[in-house]
Structures are given as C-alpha cells and as structure tokens.
Design a protein around this ligand. Structure first.
Ligand SMILES: Cc1cc2nc3c(=O)[nH]c(=O)nc-3n(C[C@H](O)[C@H](O)[C@H](O)COP(=O)(O)OP(=O)(O)OC[C@H]3O[C@@H](n4cnc5c(N)ncnc54)[C@H](O)[C@@H]3O)c2cc1C
Length: 309
C-alpha cells in the first residue's frame, strides 16, 4: 500500500466539541491544523436529539445540527479534515508521527480529543429506545423527565451522584443494583439513603427495557431468586461507567489507572507538545460545553508551546 505523508503544524485527533473547538483556536492563531475525525464525525452528540444546555440556542438544538455547525465553523476558518481513524502514534521525537488507515502525518503539536464512550447493558431494547427515554447522561437528559418516575442502573459514584441529581427533578428514582451494596463513597451513599425520593432495588439486573416509541418501564430479574418484576417508569438512566478512547495512546502518554489520559501541566500530557482535551481526560464533567472549553484551553497551551519552541 502506498502511504502518503502529510505535514501539519498541528494535528487534532477527534472531531467532537473538544477537537473542533481546538481547531478553531489553532487555525485562528495562524497554525496549519488538520483534524482527524474518527468514525463519529462530530462526536457523541451526533447520537442525541435535543441539546438544551449548550449556550446560544434558547430553543435548544438537535445534537447532529449543533455539531454540523461547529464543523462548518472550523472549516470556514481554515481547519483541514481527514475523515479517518488514527491507528498508531509515535511521540518519541519531534516531529511526531500519526498514522491513519491510509495516510501518515508528521506534526509539531498534537491535541488528543478522542472522547469517551458510555458503557451500556447491551440489550436490544436499550439500543432501540436510546434517545426515547434511555440515556447515559442524567445531567444532559434528566430535565426531560421532570416529575416522572425514572429508573437508574448502577451503584458507583457517578450513578449515585446522578440519582441525587435526578431526585431534585423526578417524582421518584429507583436505583437498580446487581448486588446488595453500593460501590459509591460512604458520604454519597448516606446522602442517597437519606433521600426520600430514592428507592433501591437490590440483587437485580435489567432484562428488558419496555416501551414501543418511548420507555414505559423495565423488566428486572432478581439474580438470587430469579423472580421477574416490572417497574413502570418514563426513563432509564444507565450509569455503569465510561470507557475513554485511549487504546492508541497506551504506552505513548501517561494514562491514569481509570484509563483516562493524565494531564501533567495545564492541558499538557506527559509528552511535551502533546495536549489533551474533552472527555478523554475529563471523567468528572463530561459535557459538550466543558469539552469545548478544555478544547480552547488545549489549543491556547499548544499555541504558547509553539511560540516558545
Ligand atoms: C446520548 C448522549 C447525549 C448527550 N447529551 C448532551 C447534552 O445534552 N449536553 C451536553 O453538554 N452533553 C451531552 N452529552 C455529552 C457530550 O456529548 C460529551 O461530553 C461531548 O461530546 C464530549 O466531547 P469530546 O469532544 O471530548 O468527545 P466526543 O464527542 O466523544 O468526540 C470524540 C471524537 O474522537 C474521535 N475519535 C475516537 N477515537 C479516534 C481515533 N482513534 N482516531 C481519530 N478519531 C477518533 C471520534 O470519532 C469523535 O469524533 C451527551 C452524550 C451522549 C452520549
């Protein structure tokens, strides 16, 4: 296969809110920038419907429309796009080498913005009802279920934080957990146990999410007694964790034990000239606006780095 080599001053890996925002800042600072999009052009938001918490859209905006606009904005200021996936990187010496399926690029700076993917239960009914009451983001979609009964699957810190968040919005929150104890920190557990709107269903797994056009309930199984039970609800939040997209960076930059990229100084990774933005390092906030914000930070840090180089 003939590998064509391209040179760029900056390469942004990922085309979600973080990557595209980085590219806007880099290009506007006069830096030749290529965005390698990956297989999700626009990132996670292309899988959602209404986004009501991104500033500037008082009537809300559809996720794919928002990301089409951001990509258009990046292209308009001069970002170049390579709609491919990074398969290998070499950060051992400058210029860095980035390999995609068909092409190879060399570059002085890299911004890693490959995001993270929510972990799902893997049920057919879950897939079918995603965006119709099934969600992995209570902060994003919770408001759509104001005063409704909702179920939440999980037992870690994020799940319990989400349950407490939803207790302020929903009528009732049923937390479904496959054991009889939570993994969340003791303080979070106590807050959840003291919250009258939160009910726990122990030793249970979701067998099916019910509903045709929208979620109407869940069918759960008690793993000890095999008893099947139905819980009526309008939404099911899956809070069983996120997997950062870091496979190609393992052994190339420092990765935290939880799998997310480690920031060493501001937005810089353990390698000088390699920066990180968005959900691939930020396991705490995971919002489009925070991803865009850290995208701007990474670009500004990269611009300053290039100036001193
Ligand atoms: C269903 C759903 C609804 C949501 N709703 C909202 C909401 O209403 N409001 C809100 O603020 N947030 C919402 N979020 C969260 C929000 O989408 C994320 O926080 C945000 O997209 C993170 O941006 P990012 O740029 O860091 O990563 P992502 O959006 O995940 O983008 C990652 C990018 O990296 C690319 N990539 C991955 N691996 C490679 C590789 N090897 N080579 C090249 N490219 C690669 C992908 O193709 C993608 O373009 C929602 C998330 C989901 C899943």
């Amino acid at each position: 296969m003939c590998v064509r080599i391209f040179m760029a001053k900056a390469v942004v890996i990922g085309s979600g809110p973080a990557g595209l925002t980085s590219s806007i800042y880099l290009v506007r600072a006069g830096i030749d920038t290529t965005v390698i999009s990956g297989d999700q052009l626009g990132g996670q938001l292309i899988f959602t419907t209404d986004v009501e918490n991104f500033p500037g859209f008082p009537g809300g905006i559809l996720g794919p429309d928002l990301m089409t606009k951001v990509r258009e904005q990046a292209g308009k200021v001069g970002a170049k796009f390579l709609d491919s996936t990074v398969t290998e990187v070499d950060f051992r010496k400058q210029p860095f080498v980035i390999k995609t399926i068909e092409k190879e690029l060399t570059t002085d700076v890299v911004i890693i913005a490959t995001g993270a993917s929510a972990l799902w239960l893997g049920l057919e009914s879950e897939e079918r009802l995603k965006g119709k009451g099934v969600s992995a983001c209570a902060t994003c979609d919770g408001f759509f279920f104001k005063d409704k009964d909702i179920c939440l699957v999980g037992g870690g810190d994020v799940a319990i934080e989400d349950a407490l968040f939803m207790a302020k919005i929903a009528k009732k929150v049923t937390v479904i957990n496959r054991r009889d104890e939570l993994r969340a920190t003791h303080t979070l557990q106590q807050r959840a146990f003291n919250e009258s709107k939160i009910e726990f269903v122990w030793w249970s797994i979701v067998k099916e999410i019910q509903g045709k056009d929208n979620v109407t309930g869940v069918k759960i199984e008690n793993v000890k007694t095999r008893e099947i039970k139905k819980i009526p609800c309008s939404a099911v939040f899956i809070a069983i964790g996120h997997k950062p997209n870091t496979e190609v960076f393992r052994g190339k930059v420092d990765i935290l034990p939880n799998g997310f990229v480690r920031r060493v100084e501001k937005s810089r990774t353990s390698v000088k000239g390699v920066f990180v933005a968005g959900d691939v390092f930020d396991y705490e906030y995971r919002q489009a606006v925070t991803a865009a914000g850290t995208g701007a930070q990474a670009a500004i840090d990269a611009i300053r780095y290039l100036e001193t180089k």
